[in-house]
Design a binder for this molecule. Structure first.
Ligand code: ATP
Length: 328
C-alpha cells in the first residue's frame, strides 16, 4: 500500500442516518490500523469552516456502533456553498495537517466534496449515509435497512388497530424522490396498495383496488404512501378523496415522520458501515480520490462520485408485480 497520507478527517453531513456512528468508528479504527492520524469534524462542512475538530483514536469511538444519529453531529452548511466558505474550510484543514477527507452523507454532501476536491486538490471519499437509499452505485445506503425495520414494526402496530376497527389506514413514509422505503415496507407489512414517486397508480386504480379488497372479504386495509408519491396528493388529501368516493370506509392517516431516521442500527447497517469505512480509508491510502464506496452484489466497490451524484437508483419493478400478486 502506497501510504503518503498521514492524516485523514471524517465528517457526517446532510440528514442523519442510523449506521453513521458505525461508519465513523470504522474510519477511525482503520486509520489507527494503518498508523494514520484521524480527526473528526463536528457539524459537517460547517464545522470545517468553524474549526470544529477533534482528534480521534480507536478508544474515542467505543460504545457508538449501536447508537443511532451521529456523534459528530450533522448540519447543512450554506457557507460551504460559497467559494469563500470552502476556502476557509481548506485553510483550516491545512492548518490541522489534514491530507484527505471522508464524507459520510447523501448526494448533496458528495457534490460539495467533489467541488472541494476540484478547487483544492484534497483527496475525498464518500460513504453513502441516508435512509432513502436513493444513491446510484450501491444497493444499500447506510440507515436504509434500519429504516425498513422501523417502518415495518410501526405498520404492524397500525395493522392491529386497523383490523380491530375495520379501518383503512394511509401510512406516509419518507421518500420524496424515491419509493424504496414505501415499496419494500409495503410488501413486508402486507399493504393493500403502495404509492411511490416512480409509478403513477392513479386515483381510479386506487379506488378499484380498495373496492376489490372489500369485495374479497378484507375488513381493513393499509396503503403505504411515499412522501413524494406520483399521484401528487398528500395522505390527508387521499383520505378526503377516498372518504368522498367510498363513504363505507372509515379512513385514518398516520404520518411516521422523523422516527424513521432514528434508532439503533440493524446488524446489516453495522456490518455495512464497518465494511465501507475500511474500504474508504484503504482506497485513500492507495491514492484514490473522488469515489464513493458502496455495495453491489454483496461486494464492496467504488463508483466515481460524479456518477453516484448524477445516476439514479432505480426501484426494482419486479417488486411492484410481487405486491400486486400478494394483494389478490
Ligand atoms: P440527504 O440525502 O439526507 O438530504 P445530502 O448530503 O444530500 O443528504 P444536502 O443538504 O443536499 O444533504 O447537502 C449537505 C451539505 O452539502 C449542504 O448543506 C452543503 O453544505 C453541501 N453541499 C450540497 N450541495 C453543494 C454544492 N453544490 N456546493 C457545495 N456544497 C454543497
Amino acid at each position: 500500500m502506497t501510504n503518503k497520507i498521514s492524516k485523514i478527517a471524517v465528517l457526517t453531513s446532510g440528514g442523519d442516518a442510523p449506521g453513521m456512528n458505525a461508519a465513523i468508528r470504522s474510519v477511525v479504527r482503520t486509520c489507527a490500523y494503518h498508523n494514520v492520524e484521524c480527526i473528526g469534524v463536528y457539524r459537517g462542512y460547517q464545522g470545517m469552516i468553524e474549526n470544529d475538530f477533534k482528534e480521534m483514536g480507536p478508544r474515542s469511538v467505543k460504545d457508538i456502533i449501536n447508537k443511532g444519529g451521529t456523534v459528530l453531529k450533522s448540519a447543512r452548511s450554506k457557507e460551504f456553498m460559497t467559494v469563500e466558505g470552502r476556502k476557509q474550510a481548506y485553510e483550516n484543514l491545512k492548518n490541522q495537517g489534514v491530507q484527505a477527507l471522508v464524507v459520510i452523507g447523501g448526494d448533496g454532501s458528495f457534490t460539495g466534496a467533489e467541488i472541494f476536491n476540484k478547487e483544492f486538490g484534497i483527496p475525498v471519499m464518500g460513504i453513502p449515509g441516508t435512509i432513502d437509499n436513493d444513491i446510484y452505485g450501491t444497493s444499500h445506503t447506510l440507515g436504509y435497512d434500519t429504516a425498513l425495520n422501523t417502518v415495518v414494526e410501526a405498520i404492524d402496530k397500525i395493522r392491529d388497530t386497523a383490523s380491530s376497527h375495520n379501518r383503512l389506514f394511509f401510512v406516509e413514509v419518507m421518500g420524496r424522490d424515491a419509493g424504496h422505503i414505501a415499496l419494500n415496507t409495503g410488501i413486508g407489512a402486507g399493504a393493500e396498495e403502495i404509492l411511490i414517486p416512480e409509478e403513477d397508480l392513479g386515483l381510479e386504480r386506487l379506488l378499484d383496488s380498495l373496492k376489490r379488497s372489500k369485495e374479497s372479504g378484507k375488513s381493513s386495509s393499509i396503503v403505504v404512501v411515499a412522501e413524494g408519491d406520483k399521484i401528487g396528493k398528500n395522505v390527508f388529501e387521499l383520505k378526503e378523496y377516498v372518504e368522498e368516493n367510498m363513504p363505507e370506509y372509515d379512513v385514518r392517516v398516520s404520518v411516521l415522520g422523523h422516527m424513521q431516521r432514528g434508532g439503533s442500527p440493524s446488524c446489516f447497517d453495522r456490518v455495512l458501515a464497518s465494511r465501507l469505512g475500511v474500504k474508504a480509508v484503504e482506497s485513500i491510502l492507495e491514492g484514490k480520490t473522488n469515489y464513493m464506496v458502496g455495495l453491489l452484489n454483496d461486494k464492496v466497490c467504488l463508483t466515481p462520485l460524479e456518477q453516484a451524484i448524477k445516476g439514479s437508483s432505480e426501484i426494482d419493478k419486479e417488486l411492484l408485480r410481487v405486491s400486486d400478486i400478494m394483494t389478490i
